[in-house]
Design a protein around this ligand. Structure first.
Ligand code: AMP
Length: 269
């Protein structure tokens, strides 16, 4: 309705408690909440991954109704891509490394669909999870560079009780893999502690945890200690850091991250 503020939460559906955190945050910050659920083909670099992505529309709608979400927007692929689209949004630098390097074209797909969704929904505020931190940076950069008239709100990562970051892809894990998956978060916590104690030797710490994860049965894509504001490799003297990790466990690709603030010392752990 005219004059009311709109909060928008873009998702790919298969909603879990992490997504619902975003919805709850959105509800506190606007008059109306719109949630989109769209498995966007152009952001998948593997066709099998796109085809197998969990789709649970009915259960998702029930969850959104229970939270009194105003609009669930579930466009068909033909609605979003009636023809081959000739325009794409491509954010350089923050897209280049980590998941950008491991998944060619992924962030162009993300930036383009998010831009389209913003133009359709016309929200005042948009909500993204810190779980996908590089994605959050890509969206923030796009919004700043293209003067998109929205405020981007970041929501902290919501975790299972043992620390595993909630993700739609966790449903792919076997029971044994699910037990093991928490080691990814444990590695992040231990590496954070090492950074807090040493304030440097980032490359050694990265190497150590890449090897540790490999020894534990993961196939890591990257385990990188970065500056938080631009995701470049951290150097001695940088204070606001983040460790980004992606690793395969069996067929499942998991990503996670942990933030580090070196201005406040080890007691902040
Ligand atoms: P997806 O459906 O995986 O594309 O995620 C939709 C949105 O939910 C993105 O902004 C994600 O970063 C966010 N999200 C996914 N998992 C979590 C989580 N465990 N905690 C917080 N936000 C999340």
């Amino acid at each position: 309705m005219a004059g009311e503020s709109i909060a928008f939460v873009p998702t790919m559906g298969n909603l879990h408690a992490g997504h619902l955190q975003l919805v709850n945050a959105a509800k506190t910050q606007a008059d109306r909440v719109v949630v989109s659920m769209f498995v966007n083909p152009t952001q998948f670099d593997e066709q099998g991954d796109y085809a197998n992505y969990p789709r649970t529309e009915e259960a998702d709608i029930d969850k959104l109704q229970a939270l009194a979400v105003d609009v669930a927007y579930v466009p068909a692929v033909e609605e979003m891509y009636p023809d081959d689209i000739l325009t794409k949004v491509s954010v350089s630098q923050v897209s280049d490394n980590y998941c950008g390097a491991a998944r060619p074209g992924h962030f162009d797909g993300v930036a383009t669909i998010v831009c389209k969704l913003f133009n359709i929904v016309q929200p005042d505020k948009v909500f993204f999870g810190e779980k996908d931190f590089q994605q959050l940076m890509v969206i923030r950069t796009m919004v700043a560079d293209l003067n998109v008239p929205v405020e981007v709100v970041a929501v902290p990562t919501f975790r299972e009780l043992d620390g595993l970051a909630m993700s739609s892809r966790n449903t792919y894990l076997s029971e044994a893999e699910r037990q093991q998956a928490v080691q990814l978060y444990q590695a992040l916590c231990q590496a954070k502690q090492a950074v807090l104690e040493q304030h440097k030797r980032f490359i050694e710490i990265e190497r150590y945890y890449l090897q540790l994860l490999t020894g534990q049965g993961f196939e890591p894509d990257y385990f990188s200690i970065c500056r938080r504001h631009d995701l470049q490799a951290a150097t001695d003297g940088d204070k606001q850091l983040i460790i980004l990790v992606a690793a395969r466990l069996g067929k499942t690709r998991l990503i996670d991250n942990i933030q580090i603030d070196l201005t406040v010392g080890p007691l902040n752990y």
